[in-house]
Design a binder for this molecule. Structure first.
Ligand code: FES
Length: 348
């Protein structure tokens, strides 16, 4: 193991969180929420819990994990919702170079990230505030997958498309904009309609009525077979199951527009701690349950590729909270469908 890897393995989840917190003001607004969301989508403590298990499938089952957690197969793609994604090839190369010369010791993590970001920004002749976030992501990716796997990845990225091909300030401005309500829209008091953008580079969006929950708006989008893309998606692009804050399936990251969302109610706050998603204490935080969150304007979200209930199991130090009675009729139905399919029976 290199000195650099040694250094990374000594860092705890709270070291990472502190570093990101201290870097936030240095990160351009275009990526400020996105970076914090990425670190919640790939928490070190959860990765370590799974890596330490003797039987990975059993460990995943014990936290009701669904979808696809982990960075090994997403080294070059997990961060594609960051503006800084376009700098990944250079960041990855800089990290590999740093691993060769790192002297050892325990330098401040935020300072280390800033130093590499400054180097990359200078080389690419771009503002450092656009590179710090993706550099932090690179450090954590190296910590979770190891340098060997980081080096083995191609580092290739897709050319930015859609809104992501614009300049950072233009993206920020565009995200703040609400859909037009028509010529006399200013007279409208009911039935205002907005957009939830869930896949920015591909302009993935669905309509939402003023004050509607994100999950129920998503369910109205029948434009394609969502389950063919992600088996957690029974209806619409946002994965759902209970629709009552009991399963944790519908969590999303809010890249922009969090202030246009309803405030967190006690039920969501309590449940999300049990799920382990590390929501902030804000009234309108950037990690939400889509089935509990109503929108009053355009919002931009990102959907995590997995969900689980790991708050107690992995962190262990959260308040002893119990979920309210679980409403898992959709889960029961899904299991019945699977069992029947396996047995070659009809579920009608
Ligand atoms: S769908 Fe179960 S918590 Fe939202």
């Amino acid at each position: 193991m290199t000195n650099f890897e040694n250094y990374l393995t000594q860092l705890s989840e709270s070291d990472w969180q502190e570093a990101i917190k201290s870097l936030l003001t240095s990160i351009h607004e275009v990526d400020r929420n996105a970076v914090q969301i990425w670190f919640r989508f790939y928490p070190l403590a959860l990765e370590q819990f799974l890596a330490a298990s003797e039987n990975l499938d059993e460990a995943k089952q014990s936290i009701a994990m669904q979808g696809d957690f982990g960075l090994e197969d997403k080294i070059d793609t997990s961060h594609d919702f960051l503006y800084g994604h376009r700098y990944w090839t250079a960041v990855k190369a800089a990290l590999e170079a740093e691993s060769q010369v790192f002297q050892g010791g325990t330098p401040n993590l935020a300072d280390e990230i800033t130093q590499i970001a400054t180097m990359v920004a200078g080389k690419l002749k771009v503002d450092r505030s656009l590179v710090i976030g993706i550099t932090a992501v690179g450090f954590m990716t190296a910590a979770q997958v190891g340098l060997e796997k980081l080096k083995a990845s191609s580092g290739k990225i897709e050319k930015p498309s859609g809104i992501m091909s614009k300049k950072p300030d233009a993206i920020v401005a565009s995200r703040k904009h609400d859909d037009s309500q028509g010529l006399f829209g200013f007279l409208k008091t009911v039935n205002k309609k907005y957009s939830v953008i869930y896949d920015e580079p591909n302009d993935g969006r669905f309509e939402i009525v003023d004050d509607q929950e994100i999950a129920s708006a998503s369910a109205n989008d029948r434009s394609q077979n969502w389950q063919a893309k992600d088996e957690r998606c029974w209806e619409g692009p946002v994965p759902v199951e209970c629709t009552s804050a009991s399963c944790g399936t519908c969590w999303v990251g809010v890249i922009a527009g969090e202030v246009k969302l309803s405030e967190v109610a006690r039920r969501e706050r309590r449940a999300i701690k049990v799920f382990g998603y590390n929501q902030t204490d804000d009234n309108q935080p950037i990690i939400r349950l889509a089935c509990q969150t109503k929108a009053r304007g355009n919002v931009t979200i990102v959907i995590p590729p997995w969900n689980a209930v790991f708050g107690k199991k992995v962190y262990g130090n959260i308040d002893e909270l119990e979920l309210e009675p679980v409403t898992t009729s959709a889960k029961a139905l899904r299991e019945a469908v699977r069992t029947a399919a396996a047995a070659g029976e009809s579920t009608e």
